[in-house]
Each structure stands twice: as C-alpha cells, then as structure tokens.
Write a protein that binds this ligand. Structure first.
Ligand SMILES: C[S@@+](CC[C@H](N)C(=O)[O-])C[C@H]1O[C@@H](n2cnc3c(N)ncnc32)[C@H](O)[C@@H]1O
Length: 344
C-alpha cells in the first residue's frame, strides 16, 4: 500500500478538531506536521490517495475545510525563479493529462518575514502563462483540475487534483462573496455560504422564520430569494428592510412570540447565545415549522468542547429536528452551522 500526503486547512484555531476528524476517518497512524499552527498542516495517511479522499468525502468532516493533495515536496532556496523552474518541470511531467483542460492555479504561502517578498499573484500569473506550454487553459472557476501550490520558507508543495476532491474549489476553502453596496451585515455571507455548502436552494422555500434577525443580513438574503420572512429580534432591523412588503418584524425576544402550527417551511437562527439556551428558544418555536421543513442554525463554540457542543445541541433539538450536516463555514468564527430537517 502506498501512502498519500495532503495539506489540510481549517478555520484558525480549529485545526486540532480537523486533525481529530482525520484520525477518525483515516486511522490513528495518520501523521501531522504544522505549516501554519492552528490552521494549516500537512497530513500523511497510509491509504493511497483515492482511498483517503474517498474516506474523507464519504463522511464530510465538520472542521476540515479544505484538502489539497501533495504530488511533490520540493526544497527551494526562496527565489522566485527557482520556484518557477520547478513548477515548470512538474507541469511538463504531467502535460499529457492537462491537454485542453481548464486549470485553476491556487497558490498560498506560510506567514512570516522570510516569504514577505513572494508575491502570490505574480506566481499565479506566471504559472497561468506556463499552462499554454502544455496546451491547458487557465481559469479561475469551474476548473477540470486545480493546481495547488503552497510555499514555506524551505519547501514548495505541488499538487494536481479534481476540484471535487479538495472539499472546496476555493483556494484553502476560503470562499469569497462580493460585498454589495448597502449590504446590511457581513453575517449575510454565512447564510450565502450555508446555501452552497448544504446544497440548498433558498428560493424553493415559501416562508421563513428568522430568529435573532437584526440587523438583517439573513433576512435581506431571504427576501431577495423571494420568501416571505418573519423576523424576530429585540434589536433594530435595518431601516431599509422595514419597508419590504414581504417582511413581518416582531421587535421581541424569541420566547415572547408564538405562531400557528406549520406556518413556516424554513427556520433560520443566528443568535450569538450559549448553545443550550439557543436550542431551548428554537425548540419553543418548532411547532411553527412544518414537517419536512428545513432549519439552518448557527452554534456558538468553545474550542475545547466543540464536538461535545455539537452532540448536546443535536440532542437538545431531537427528535423533531434531525441533523443533515454540520459544517464550520469559512465565514463562521467561533461557531459552526447546522443544517437540520424537521421529521415528517
Ligand atoms: C449575530 S446577530 C444576528 C445577525 C443576523 N443574522 C444578520 O444577518 O444580520 C445576533 C442577534 O440575536 C439577537 N438575539 C439575542 N437574544 C435574542 C432572543 N432571546 N430573541 C431574539 N433575538 C435575540 C441579538 O439581538 C442580535 O441582533
């Protein structure tokens, strides 16, 4: 059996949880080496590459945000020209498989003074130009292959993979959304990312209950998707939203409101509360969610008890809500996001 090496990335401060997940999926023999402590690490598994990827994808981890396979680990002297020469050699060696393919070049580097002068955009554009020599087309999205580069002070890691094998097709899993003019809050990115990560199409829903809605980033996205939205928050909702004809706003706490059974087919909750209190408040409103309805909920985390927190909140919301997926999104900070469905 030949082993395989990858670079794994989590949100900052949650790499230990990601490594724990990898031990569970790939066995205790998996080895780790830090590239950016708490965030980026190399891991080597005794499984061959496709086996290791298969095990990771079959049970998608919560905290491991991104993986990139390592084909070659090359010592380098820190000079740009040296790096480019090596990358060229590696590319030419794989030229046949890249012919006529759309290739996205993703480059990252370790933090620190020694690499301060290495410009990643320059690396990317040089490598993109180089793709012509193997008759491949440089693209930024919808690639057939991703060419991943990671630079440390002493090494250059090179890997070529299919986007679906990286957990995310964004460099390091750092998904970016464009900030819009007049955007109510950055929190909107969390729901946008959840929509993609959980394969939801929010426009398919009819009526949403948004608990802890202010200032209104999530509410604004749900309105944009064409839903009727009931927003609950004792804090003020953005004034521009209040005029929206599809919005009903209760400036109240979650335990001060109630709704008829089955009023909503979507419940979202983004309260920065302790997870047990949040679960208690959500439970109190679950009757209003129709059977088969969806819930998207942010859960506040304490680092040391991340897995316990997930277990507790899932058990507090059961049996009415069944967990579909838990994921720490790139836009989550000390939290993660749950996607649940109400039992039919
Ligand atoms: C992180 S913010 C929500 C951001 C929002 N999702 C957005 O996109 O703009 C958390 C909100 O939860 C609200 N909140 C806290 N306790 C609450 C409660 N008991 N009932 C309803 N809302 C509550 C706070 O007032 C705060 O506005």
């Amino acid at each position: 059996m030949s082993d395989s090496t990858f670079i794994g990335t989590s949100n900052r401060g949650f790499a230990q949880q990601a490594q724990e997940e990898l031990r569970r999926l790939l066995g205790q023999s998996v080895k780790f080496e830090w590239l950016a402590p708490g965030e980026v690490f190399v891991f080597t598994s005794e499984f061959e590459r496709s086996d290791a990827i298969g095990r990771i994808l079959a049970q998608e981890p919560v905290f491991l945000r991104h993986i990139q396979p390592v084909d070659v680990e090359q010592l380098w002297d820190g000079s740009f020209d040296h790096a480019i020469r090596h990358i060229h050699e590696m590319l030419v060696a794989r030229g046949a498989s890249l012919k006529q393919m759309n290739v996205a070049v993703q480059a990252r580097k370790a933090e620190g003074e020694a690499l301060a002068s290495l410009s990643l955009p320059t690396v990317r554009s040089s490598v993109e130009e180089m793709l012509a020599t193997v008759e491949a087309n440089p693209v930024s999205r919808d690639a057939d292959f991703i060419l991943s580069l990671y630079f440390t002070e002493v090494k250059l890691y090179f890997g070529l993979s299919r986007p679906q094998d990286n957990l995310s097709d964004w460099s390091g899993g750092a998904i970016r959304f464009r900030k819009e003019e007049g955007q109510v809050s950055r929190a909107k990115f969390k729901l946008l990312e959840a929509e993609q990560a959980f394969g939801l199409d929010l426009s398919q829903y009819r009526a949403a209950l948004d608990i802890g809605a202010a200032p209104g980033g999530w509410t604004s996205l749900l309105l944009e998707r064409g839903l009727r939205v009931t927003a609950i928050d004792p804090a003020k909702l953005d004034a521009a939203l209040l005029r929206h004809p599809q919005l009903t706003y209760f400036p109240k706490k979650a335990d001060e409101v109630s709704f008829a059974a089955n009023t909503f087919d979507l419940l979202v909750c983004d309260m920065s509360w302790s997870h047990r209190q949040m679960a208690r408040l959500v439970r109190g409103l679950l009757g209003a969610l129709q059977p088969g309805g969806t819930a998207v909920i942010t859960v506040k985390l304490m680092h040391k008890k991340a897995f316990q927190t997930i277990r507790e909140v899932v058990s507090d919301l059961a049996p009415e809500l069944e967990l579909q997926q838990a994921k720490q999104l790139f836009h989550n900070r000390e939290e993660l996001t749950l996607f649940l469905m109400k039992q039919v």
